[in-house]
Design a protein around this ligand. Structure first.
Ligand SMILES: NC(=O)c1ccc[n+]([C@@H]2O[C@H](COP(=O)([O-])OP(=O)(O)OC[C@H]3O[C@@H](n4cnc5c(N)ncnc54)[C@H](OP(=O)(O)O)[C@@H]3O)[C@@H](O)[C@H]2O)c1
Length: 289
């Protein structure tokens, strides 16, 4: 079995370490975190490995996962390259969505890769059960890509090939869908609050319709899923909503107009006529008074 060392076994590193150990794909060996207490806690969670107080005190391994925070990855790779002889046949990878494998280039001739699981590792205990079925965007040197394709398959994940030059655009795609969806829900809650509907009631009201909307999008796609006043070309309702939001909170009105313009573009790919689209664009482009 291949050995795996982890530098930065936090939420993601602990989850992957435990799953790979349980699947028998990697034998988890040395774990180094910022603090030794945290490394001990990671060893306990994974159920294997040994805590190391520094990179130089880690045992050498076939594979290295550098899963500290994004800003620390390059420095950790440099420390690794100055403490361990790099060799062909070994692999090193990180799991950042924002960075490509190039950030590890100091480790060549070790085969390097980036492998970004499209999953939210908020709670490792939950991720243990829910990671399977997720996709992992993978790019880098061929040996690392091949090994990681097998490694992720062993824990029920499918890999998606991506080029280093498209990594940032790829990551923006998941940021828009996931982080912006959260921000949209917050904007929606602010609008409900302005209407006197409290946070809990608003969340209960939103839950079924938001979940249904997400399901519709996943099965039908955005064009067929778009409903509401803009898709219907209901100029009067859009004008009234924009006006009400402007009186309640100009910032909310600003976001409503900006997102409304993107919504008009989407609706144009459906039933919305050119003429009504032009009127909606005019209405949403003007600051409301
Ligand atoms: N969380 C997610 O949902 C998610 C999803 C996809 C990809 N990722 C990627 O996965 C990576 C890790 O994210 P995470 O959320 O697991 O982070 P995290 O929970 O904050 O864990 C980071 C770990 O790195 C350790 N660390 C920080 N600086 C270090 C250093 N200089 N040397 C050694 N260890 C160091 C920390 O040690 P201490 O515990 O001692 O502070 C901690 O255990 C990032 O590249 C991130 O972009 C995360």
């Amino acid at each position: 079995m291949k050995t795996l060392n982890i530098i930065g076994a936090g939420r993601l590193g602990k989850t992957l370490g435990r799953l790979w150990q349980q699947a028998g794909f990697f034998q988890i060996q040395s774990i180094h975190n910022r603090t030794i207490d945290s490394a001990h806690a990671a060893v306990e969670f994974i159920g294997a490995g040994q805590a190391a107080s520094s990179i130089e005190s880690m045992n050498d391994a076939n594979c290295w996962l550098i899963s500290c925070s994004d800003g620390e990855i390059e420095t950790a790779a440099e420390q690794l390259s100055s403490n361990f002889q790099q060799r062909e046949g070994a692999i090193a990878f990180h799991c950042s969505g924002a960075l490509s494998s190039k950030v590890l280039k100091t480790l060549h001739p070790t085969s390097i890769a980036s492998a970004h699981p499209v999953h939210s590792f908020a709670d490792p205990q939950r991720s243990i059960d829910s990671l399977g079925g997720s996709s992992v965007a993978l790019e880098g040197d061929s040996l690392a890509v091949l090994t990681l394709t097998e490694a992720f398959a062993s824990i029920g994940c499918r890999t998606l090939a991506i080029s280093a030059e498209h990594k940032s655009l790829y990551h923006a795609g998941s940021v828009i869908a996931c982080n912006y969806l959260t921000t949209l829900i917050d904007l929606s809650l602010q609008s409900f609050a302005a209407a006197g509907i409290n946070h809990d009631k608003a969340l209960r009201l939103l839950e079924p319709i938001v979940l249904q909307t997400v399901k519709n999008n996943m099965t039908l796609g955005p064009e067929a899923s778009l409903t509401g006043p803009i898709a219907r070309g209901d100029l009067e309702t859009v004008a009234t909503q924009a006006k009400s939001l402007t009186s309640a909170d100009p910032h909310l009105a600003h976001h409503y107009r900006q997102l409304g313009l993107a919504c008009v573009k989407l609706a144009r790919r459906g039933q919305l006529s050119d003429e009504t689209a032009a009127k909606l664009i005019e209405l949403l482009s003007e600051p409301m008074r």
